[in-house]
Design a protein. Structure first.
Lengths: 310, 316
């Protein structure tokens, strides 16, 4: 069982701050949820509380970055990609500021916060911004690797952090490379493409499909932007059907990304699993994943139905 | 990055005549500021000519801010135009980014780039974008244009400068209409909370904005263009949130330099300074002064000729 990505975020930053004197954490008064409070305890001189004021949080980070600091921001996804999106756009992305956005409580599993906090439009918004790196790690190992890479690399990074844990995907030899897509399973009948912690559920879905005689491949996309489009196109070209799955709207996220690539380079059917044109609600994680077709069983069923409909 | 710099040294690395404090405490005789007035006249003419040449841009706000910018860049800021990224420099954030042409004009006159380049304003691939772009033009410290954001960036700079142990000062220029942006009021108490005496916000209070409030309810025409906050106690609001407030005539160089010296002297302290500068929109050219249409109007050839007659050459 992988540790919650928010815990990994805080613990990795605590470690990195030990050797990087420029690393700072700025919190929008959600540190006990995002786990920035752990960082504050470990490095009180590097923790800056900014209050419940996300627009100023983002702008302040840009000023600090201009002095050579590496500010990591702590708040919920929705407050970066909606409340302070103009600040992220003009002050961060347009200036290529070295600001790192730790977007906590990403996806469907937001601890019963419901429609207001459940932000399933973030990938669509962030990947549309020129120069923005958009990452969605799948487990604790990958999450720590993306945080190390982002801290060492100049430029704006948006990091999608799940609130809760999930299965482990990668071993200690994992190395993050921006843009790289990871082929976790070969298969001739269908290609599953997933991102973030949905990938672990797609691993299970592929196993369920195999038991029913469907040979499903699986590609994990931790780097939504940049992305190795050629590798995705090549994987898609080898199968008759591509199915994407993500804790995100079916508009503009991973599904949109894959559809753009496939339609240009390897035209074939792309079925997108995610949140349809509807708002979220507060409910248990398992209920939400089932409601939006993201459990292993629901993904496998969607693949079967799509294959049989053809 | 080294710490230190020039303590209490006025514009030792900056202005051509060596110091805001001495200028402000000296004779308040207009003669003392004839050089600045001449630069302002030149700057205003460049703004009118450049906007006319480009066929687009703002005029009223740039002219109301011109004297403040001239004072900043020629007396107050510790800067090195030949070394725009000098780490110990003062930072300047043009938070009212739509007055970009005023800043470009002053950067050119101060030697950051050739004055002739002003004619590229708004042109394709120009370094002089409609709103300041820090990625294109050395000498800019921040990208602005969406109002309210520059204030937060300036706050972060002041915080970072403190953390680096430098004694540089951060200056942000805001419009009075810009104070309507909520982000400004997110930044104000945080700057006070962190004791950023090295941060000064100057407000260009020209009292006008693009639309203003409707003249009468249900009336279907443009508003009065007056700043709807004009009657509010902005000073009281800032003071309540922990700032020190100075109120000046934003076209009086002695007052501007005096307030700036006062703000500079607070650099090592723990209270940020706001300078509320009373100004006139379109100031300095009889055609534009106080006329709301010049928020973003373009001068005709005849109007440019009139501006040249009024503003070319030395002050009367």
């Amino acid at each position: 069982m992988t540790r919650p990505l928010r815990d990994v975020w805080a613990d990795t930053l605590i470690e990195l701050a030990g050797t990087n004197p420029d690393l700072l954490v700025l919190d929008g008064d959600l540190g006990t949820s995002t786990r920035a409070d752990r960082f504050a305890t470990a490095h009180p001189d590097r923790f800056i509380q900014m209050g419940i004021a996300e627009q100023n949080l983002v702008g302040t980070a840009v000023g600090l970055a201009s002095l050579g600091f590496v500010p990591w921001l702590s708040s919920f996804t929705v407050f970066f990609t909606h409340r302070a999106v103009d600040q992220v756009r003009m002050s961060v992305a347009q200036t290529h500021a070295n600001v790192k956005i730790g977007a906590a409580y990403a996806g469907l599993q937001t601890g019963f916060t419901g429609k207001t906090h459940m932000d399933v439009e973030d990938l669509a918004i962030m990947r549309a911004m020129p120069g923005m790196t958009v990452l969605a790690p799948g487990d604790a190992t990958e999450c720590a690797a993306t945080i190390r890479w982002a801290t060492e690399t100049d430029g704006p990074v948006y990091l999608r952090l799940g609130r809760d844990g999930g299965p482990d995907l990668f071993g200690p030899d994992y190395r993050f490379e921006p843009g790289r897509v990871l082929r976790l399973r070969e298969g001739r009948d269908v290609l599953l493409v997933s991102t973030g912690q949905q990938t672990a559920r797609c691993v299970e879905a592929a196993a369920l499909l195999a038991a029913d005689g469907v040979d499903a491949g699986l590609v994990h996309v931790p780097s939504i932007k940049p992305v190795d489009a050629a590798a995705l196109a090549e994987a898609a070209a080898a199968v008759p059907l591509v199915v994407t799955a993500e804790e995100h709207s079916v508009f503009g996220g991973l599904g949109g990304l894959v559809a753009e690539i496939v339609s240009s380079h390897a035209p074939r059917r792309v079925e997108r699993i995610g949140i349809e044109d509807t708002w979220g609600e507060s409910a248990p994680n398992a209920w939400l994943l089932d409601r939006h077709g993201l459990t292993p069983e629901r993904v496998a069923d969607r693949v079967q139905r799509t294959l049989h409909a053809e | 990055m080294s710490s230190g710099g020039t303590a209490n040294g006025g514009a030792a690395d900056g202005g051509p005549d060596g110091g805001a404090a001495s200028g402000a405490s000296g004779a308040r005789d207009a003669e003392a500021y004839r050089d600045l007035e001449a630069i302002s006249r030149r700057g205003r003419l460049h703004v009118i000519e450049t906007v006319a040449h480009s066929g687009a841009g703002h005029v009223g706000g740039p002219l109301s801010a011109m004297d403040l910018l001239v004072a900043l860049y020629f007396r107050i800021l510790r800067i090195r135009p030949d070394e725009p990224h000098w780490p110990e420099r003062d930072r300047f954030v043009m938070s009212k980014g739509h007055s970009a042409i005023a800043l470009y004009t002053i950067l050119a006159l101060r030697g950051y780039f050739p004055v002739e380049e002003l004619l590229t304003f708004d042109h394709a691939e120009s370094r002089l974008q409609g709103h300041p772009d820090v990625t294109r033009l050395p000498g800019l410290d921040a990208s602005t244009g969406s109002l309210g954001q520059g204030m937060s960036v300036a706050l972060g700079m002041a915080m970072g400068i403190r953390r680096r142990g430098m004694d540089a000062h951060v200056w942000a220029l805001l419009g009075d209409g810009e104070l309507q942006e909520g982000q400004v009021w997110e930044a104000v108490p945080v700057a006070a909370k962190y004791g950023l005496g090295n941060l000064t916000a100057i407000v260009d209070r020209n009292g006008m904005q693009q639309y203003g409030w409707p003249l009468r309810p249900n009336e279907d025409h443009r508003g009065d263009r007056a700043d709807p906050w004009a009657g509010l106690d902005v000073r009281g609001a800032l003071e309540a949130l922990g700032w020190r407030v100075l109120e000046i005539d934003g076209h009086d160089f002695a007052a501007i330099l005096g307030a700036a010296a006062d703000a500079r002297s607070a650099t090592g302290g723990d209270v940020p300074t706001a300078i509320l500068a009373r100004t006139v929109k379109g100031r300095g050219f009889s055609v534009t002064e106080g006329v709301s249409e010049w928020h973003s109007r373009v001068a005709t050839a005849d109007e440019v000729a009139a501006a040249r007659r009024e503003l070319a050459g030395d002050p009367p």
